[in-house]
Design a protein around this ligand. Structure first.
Ligand SMILES: Cc1cc2nc3c(=O)[nH]c(=O)nc-3n(C[C@H](O)[C@H](O)[C@H](O)COP(=O)(O)OP(=O)(O)OC[C@H]3O[C@@H](n4cnc5c(N)ncnc54)[C@H](O)[C@@H]3O)c2cc1C
Length: 499
């Protein structure tokens, strides 16, 4: 058997926090590896509300540190990945018997001023017009800006950047055991479809297993978890577009909670989320009937159109890995802030564990984690991620990018070019290479998915199954009902890749 690879830092977990840390560390001259037991982003990081936001609601809980940091990160991330992170205007209809107008104004004033805004407009009062489809009694409201993100692609872009910096990404690879030795960890990795375990060693081990953090302590590290976690499930439904405009809505509920209605892909609205305490395997979380009722009723209080259950095109549930606070606190009230624990003296094998967090703050968390390791990994260079774009994000003017690529690939239908650019940005060149006509893209599997893209995703973005492509690297699963030919093609391709 060959000698185990020795990494400076190894990460368990290919969600946004794991890949964020791997990306940051790999760009500081460290040797880095990461393993993900299922597909990259298959955990909570593809099941979010897909917002890069300060979290207006957290102001009521006095979480000013989190809101300020998250607001500042909106600006950083809009520049880092302009293909997958774009501004989004929210409308907040005013219900006189819920939060008073002055309170909302105060909240929005803070939201506008807690951090410097460059690319997003300030909030304002608005009159709600008839075509928005809201019920007639709702005439006044507020408008403010946040941003939306393709959450799973944000994970993939960080994984691509890690690989670009020389790091190793092991997808479909579970860490089954980790033993602390003298100055090093020894890890046993189980690659999918292989019986023999791979051994690796590392100086610093990062437990970024999200909702599986406790389980990783129990089963992989076999030591007690230093903090108590509380798992909170949140669910979303996807329905045909509720409102014609490209604005999102923030709906206040009588129980004090809020529900988002967000324009999703071209033809849909994403509605969520709920907050339910959760026990059990996070991978088994799914939306409950009561959650569907709750979301439909929330919409009915605001929109004229009666949403029917049969209209639900898709739904998903994710589990937030939050740290438990003392006392009886409702799930919705638990802090969404992150923290991390560093265990081990310099010179010893260190263990870092990530608790909580948001997609919005993943970069700050990653930077803070890697900064904290300076005494353990003294060769590393300084922080760098704030001013560097993610793969495909090296453009500033989206209209110019569209013109350039429409000229370069004139045979592409507009909607296909649009989808490619908003997923891959300037990496469309790697995807299309020297294609000159639609036939060059190969077999069409449906919904605008051609063989060229499938090959690209298998070869460059670690896709293994049809689900990896249809739900995480793209969202074409919303439109494709028969996946047999795609599955057959991928199975045959992976056989030939292995040969
Ligand atoms: C309903 C909902 C809505 C949300 N909306 C937003 C939002 O709009 N904006 C925002 O900023 N945040 C949002 N969040 C929060 C955000 O999604 C999470 O904080 C974030 O995705 C957590 O990422 P993570 O990397 O910690 O966990 P995960 O994404 O779950 O990643 C952990 C990974 O570890 C892997 N793993 C576990 N054990 C092992 C092992 N032994 N070996 C290898 N791999 C292992 C898992 O398979 C998993 O992929 C939302 C969360 C939820 C639940």
């Amino acid at each position: 058997m060959s000698e185990p690879i020795d990494y400076d830092l190894f990460v368990i977990g290919g969600g946004i926090n794991g890949v964020g840390i791997a990306c940051d560390a790999s760009g500081r001259g460290l040797s880095v590896g990461l393993c993900e037991m299922h597909d990259l982003a298959s955990g909570t990081s593809s099941q979010s509300s897909k917002l890069i936001h300060g979290g207006l609601r957290y102001l009521e809980q006095y979480q000013f540190r989190l809101v300020r940091e998250a607001l500042a990160e909106r600006e950083v991330l809009l520049k880092k990945a302009p293909h997958i992170i774009t501004p989004l205007l929210f409308r907040l209809p005013h219900h006189p018997h819920l939060r008073p107008r002055w309170l909302i104004r105060l909240g929005l004033f803070l939201y506008d001023h807690l951090s410097r805004r460059v690319s997003l407009p300030a909030s304002k009062s608005v009159l709600l017009a008839e075509p928005e489809g809201l019920i007639d009694s709702l005439q006044h409201g507020f408008e403010y800006a946040d941003a939306k993100v393709d959450d799973a692609r944000l994970v993939l872009l960080n994984a691509l950047a890690t690989r670009g910096n020389g790091g190793d990404i092991h997808n479909y690879c579970r860490c089954v055991q980790a033993q602390r030795g003298d100055g090093h960890w020894r890890l046993w990795l189980q690659h999918r479809g292989q019986d023999e375990l791979q051994q690796i060693t590392c100086k610093v081990l990062v437990n970024a297993a999200g909702p599986w953090l406790q389980q990783t302590y129990d089963e992989v590290l076999q030591r007690p978890c230093p903090k108590q976690m509380r798992l909170v499930k949140g669910s979303h439904i996807v329905v045909p577009r509720l409102n014609a405009s490209d604005k999102a809505y923030l709906l206040q509920n009588t129980d004090g909670r809020i529900v988002f209605v967000i324009p999703y892909q071209q033809h849909y609205s994403l509605i969520g989320t709920t907050d339910e305490d959760y026990q059990g395997d996070p991978a088994a979380a799914c939306i409950a009937e009561v959650e569907i009722d709750y979301l439909i009723q929330s919409v009915a209080r605001y929109f004229k159109r009666r949403l029917r259950r049969e209209e639900i095109v898709s739904h998903y549930a994710g589990v937030r890995p939050l740290f438990a606070t003392q006392g009886q606190v409702a799930a919705a009230e638990l802090s969404r802030d992150y923290s991390f624990e560093l265990d081990g003296e310099p010179g010893q094998a260190a263990l870092v564990s990530v608790f909580g967090g948001k997609i919005t703050t993943y970069r700050k968390l990653s930077e803070a984690v890697v900064d904290s390791l300076a005494a353990y990994l003294p060769s590393m260079t300084g922080a760098w991620t704030a001013s560097t774009v993610l793969p495909g994000g090296d453009f500033t003017d989206v209209a110019e990018l569209q013109r350039e690529f429409a000229g370069r690939y004139p045979f592409l239908p507009d909607d296909l070019l649009q989808r490619y650019l908003s997923a891959y940005g300037t990496r469309v060149v790697e995807l299309l290479q020297a294609s000159r006509c639609l036939d060059d893209l190969g077999e069409h599997f449906g919904a605008g998915l051609y063989r060229r893209e499938v090959d690209y995703l298998m070869q460059q973005e670690w896709a293994v199954t049809a689900q990896d492509i249809l739900w995480r690297r793209t969202k074409l699963g919303l439109q494709m009902s028969d996946t047999t030919s795609l599955e057959n093609y991928m199975a045959a391709s992976s056989m030939s890749l292995k040969r």
